[in-house]
Unconditional design. Structure first.
Length: 274
């Protein structure tokens, strides 16, 4: 095949990459003046519509990676691009969901969901209709006039996810969004998140400390090393969708979780030997 004939396929492949990270480094200055290396040589591509889980030990740079993608931190070195454009700051097509729902207590549920649209001057009927549709999607259609203190932790996080989706972003960055929830609520939210992402067709980067959560949710699992954060391994999750809580009992699910733990064990042993 000629180079000219191959070019369209190459262009198509590039267009399908929603997130591209190349040789990413991030250093912070400590109080003593010594540099703290948070991330080192991170390379990662995420396809349009892909759900990628990122798992790693505390302090390995997972949240720093997410903040760089969100435009909230600048890298020390390397490249970061979204939809083919370099990231220089926050973008309208990228939304973030943090571990704490951070809802405004003086706003009701509907007003909290509409907050990002309101900040952009979009108080249209279409925005309000989208907010109602999102609340219906997460089974909170009857809670629009309730206030955050009237909701459970899981319900508050559902509102936070609706708020992140209100302006129809291309990418959803999620930083341990269910980490503060009890185990049963967390499992329910995992299943619901898969359903919402399937309907909304978003590209998702999901940070977690939980290996089972990473495997259940992800199309791929990125395993990061202890600091300085590097990508130790990327595992394809070859378990068909849709998935549910019964997936947790599958032998293949257990094998993938064990594979991630093996990577962690090897990295911990290497860290002790340094």
């Amino acid at each position: 095949m000629s180079a000219a004939a191959a070019q369209p396929a190459t262009a198509s492949a590039r267009a399908s990459r929603m997130i591209e990270i190349g040789a990413l480094d991030k250093r912070f200055a400590s109080r003593s003046g010594e540099p703290v290396i948070a991330l080192s040589g991170v390379d990662l591509s995420v396809a349009d519509g892909e759900f990628v889980s990122v798992v790693g030990p505390s302090g390995c740079g997972k949240t720093t990676l997410l903040r760089i993608l969100a435009g909230l931190e600048r890298p020390t070195g390397g490249t970061v691009a979204i939809a083919g454009q370099p990231v220089h700051g926050p973008r309208d097509d990228v939304s973030v969901v943090f571990q704490a729902a951070t809802l405004l207590p003086w706003y009701n549920v509907l007003e909290n969901v509409l907050l990002p649209a309101g900040l952009k001057g979009d108080v249209s009927e279409a925005a309000t209709a989208r907010a109602h549709d999102l609340l219906k999607l997460v089974d909170l259609a009857d809670f629009g006039r309730k206030y955050p203190f009237e909701l459970s932790g899981g319900m508050q996080q559902r509102v936070a996810i609706c708020r992140a989706l209100i302006r129809n972003p291309k990418i959803l960055l999620m930083d341990e969004p269910f980490g503060a929830l009890d185990a049963m609520t967390r499992e329910t939210m995992n299943v619901e998140l898969m359903r919402w992402c399937s309907l909304e067709k978003k590209t998702v980067l999901f940070i977690t400390h939980s290996i089972p959560e990473a495997v259940l949710l992800g199309d791929r699992v990125v395993v990061m090393s202890p600091r300085p954060g590097r990508i130790s391994r990327i595992l394809d999750v070859d378990i068909p969708r849709p998935r549910d809580l019964k997936t947790l009992a599958l032998p293949r699910f257990g094998a993938l979780c064990d594979e991630v733990r093996t990577v962690f064990g090897a990295e911990s042993a290497n860290a002790r030997d340094l």
